[in-house]
Ligand binder design. Structure first.
Ligand code: NA7
Length: 524
């Protein structure tokens, strides 16, 4: 029997394997893809790029990698993942093209049995899920889809072979981060791009470009100090965080701060003031700044109107970063269909039919997002004590202690699970923190331990996550953070909003307090 099975060989699973091996635990990683990289293995669509700066979106302990751009494109991030796998010799303990279909906990032996897609049954004392928060693709069930004559792609399941869109008429459904990256990247190459937009989103410029080697050297020289800073910050990013409320400064000062951040680019647009996600009035000042930018960029006023988010605060859906997204609509070969005015009625062999016309297309791209945070966990048949299914346990929405453990599921840890800061932060910082906490926990407890979240600890943590969300504008928002993008999914705001610094302190306190909130026993 193994000590640990890890599911997923993205950045979380790779680091988990490295740390568990260092702790002397026999570990096997199961990975559905053909290589390491997780989200960067699957998300190969044109324009795919990280919206966290490359230097910050890298392992804190790996040195000597030279990123070429401020924001790395998918191929370079995948190369980096492969490089790290080679450096640490990880592939020897990863079984690729192996999907974990189910995992059952056996109380008698205190172990997990994981059944793979090939029918193998593998046993381990501990199970760690590293399945990613944005990996279960959401493809809407549109009438007539099977009748479409051309190929269809989802951005998160993009083929590994070359997809040549040259001279094709491409329909893109969805304008979240993926659509916003893809659309400018294919415009000009495709004969025509027709974008089907349900909700206009806010986006600010990435201001991408070649990485200054001097800055990269400075970053490397100061890496330890910068890592400490990121780890104690609210979001795990090294952006400047303002200390004043937007409503405490003059309108002119607000504009100047927004303009500075717009020009600098990157994820820090909303961190200039303390109240942008707490006060509707403060939020509106930032939202209106971005709306004015869209109106200034897009030359056709009707198109600009459709692209401008109305009556929605900024930042409650993930704020996108773009490179020339809005300007793309000034091209004659790009058009916008507003699905609120003319919804898709059906897919026909030659395209997409709305009330007034058929929009002809050779290819359909679904940039329609994911069943986020819980989707990949629930795609497996996970069963805990007494055979209870995770799906049933979470029928009323996910509950978790620290986003790391679920009551009734002993010896299971969920990296970046619901109830942890995860998607609201620099994922690299959150991944490293979870991996290190889990590895230290297993090292402290030894392979014969059984550890399980106590129901009271789980309820009070889940309540704390909810209370924090209720304190902010997120409480009333509709987004994948709360499951609102998936029909029938329970609405629960899933990420922990207290910030990575506070969260880390709480996890460390729990461990130092003899794993407070966990029941610990030992196998006989
Ligand atoms: P997102 O952010 O969930 O965006 C999905 C987009 O697809 C969004 O514009 C949705 O509109 C749209 N959508 C979803 N379902 C439909 C249907 N049925 N019809 C029309 N349009 C639809 O996913 P992304 O992949 O762009 O980004 C996910 C994260 O990955 C991103 O935040 C980064 O962290 C990386 P809606 O807004 O729901 O009206």
């Amino acid at each position: 029997m193994l000590d640990v099975i890890v599911i997923g060989a993205g950045f979380a699973g790779m680091y988990m394997l490295h740390r568990l091996r260092a702790a002397g635990l026999r570990t096997l990683v199961l990975e559905e893809g053909g290589d390491v990289g997780g989200t960067w293995y699957w998300n190969r669509y044109p324009g795919a790029r990280c919206d966290v700066e490359s230097l910050e979106y890298s392992y804190s302990f790996v040195r000597g990698w030279a990123w070429s751009e401020r924001y790395a494109a998918q191929p370079e991030i995948l190369d980096y993942a492969r490089h790290v796998a080679g450096l640490l010799g990880l592939r020897a303990d990863i079984r690729f093209r192996t999907r974990a279909e189910s995992a059952f906990y056996d109380e008698a032996t205190g172990s997990w049995t994981v059944t793979t897609g090939d029918g193998d049954a593998l046993r381990a004392r501990f199970l760690v899920t590293a399945v990613g928060c944005l990996s279960a693709a959401n493809v809407p069930d549109l009438p007539g889809l099977a009748s479409f004559a051309g190929p269809t792609y989802h951005t998160g399941r993009w083929p590994h072979e070359d997809v040549d869109l040259t001279g094709r008429r491409v329909a893109v459904i969805g304008t979240g981060s993926s659509g916003i990256q893809l659309i400018p990247a294919i415009a000009g190459r495709a004969a025509h791009v027709t974008v089907f937009q349900r909700t206009p989103g806010y986006s600010t410029p990435a201001v991408n470009g070649p990485l200054d080697p001097g800055h990269a050297r400075w970053f490397e020289d100061h890496r330890d100090e910068l890592t400490r800073r990121a780890r104690s910050s609210p979001g795990g990013f090294l952006v400047p965080y303002g200390t004043r409320a937007a409503l405490d400064v003059t309108a002119g000062e607000r504009q100047a701060e927004y303009e500075r951040r717009w020009t600098r680019g990157g994820v820090g647009f909303l961190t200039g003031f303390t109240d942008l996600l707490l006060s509707e009035e403060a939020n509106e000042s930032a939202a209106e700044f971005v709306r004015a930018k869209i109106r200034a960029i897009v030359t056709d006023p009707a198109t600009a109107g459709r692209l401008t988010p109305k009556d929605q605060p900024i930042g409650l859906k993930r704020l996108c970063l773009d490179t020339g997204y809005h300007a793309t609509y000034n091209r004659p070969d790009v058009s916008l269909v507003d699905l609120r005015e003319t919804p898709i009625e059906e897919i026909v062999p030659t395209g997409l039919r709305t009330r007034d016309t058929v929009h002809e297309a050779d290819v359909i791209v679904f940039a329609t997002g994911y069943d986020a945070i819980t989707g990949a966990l629930l795609a497996m048949d996970l069963r805990g004590r007494g055979g209870i299914r995770l799906r049933d346990r979470w029928a009323g929405g996910p509950t978790s202690y620290l986003g790391l453990a679920v009551a009734g599921f002993p010896n299971l840890f969920t990296i970046t699970g619901p109830g942890s800061p995860s998607v609201l932060t620099n994922m690299m910082v959150s991944i490293e923190q979870h991996v290190e906490w889990i590895a230290d926990c297993l090292r402290d407890l030894g392979p014969h331990a059984v550890i399980e979240a106590l129901p009271d600890a789980e309820s009070s943590w889940t309540e704390q996550v909810r209370e924090l969300a209720d304190f902010t504008l997120y409480a009333k928002s509709e987004s994948w953070y709360s499951g609102a993008n998936i029909p029938g999914k329970q609405r629960v705001f899933m990420p922990y909003l207290g910030g990575v610094g506070n969260y880390r302190a709480e996890c460390e306190r729990v461990a130092a307090n003899d794993y407070e909130g966990f029941l610990r026993t030992r196998l006989p």
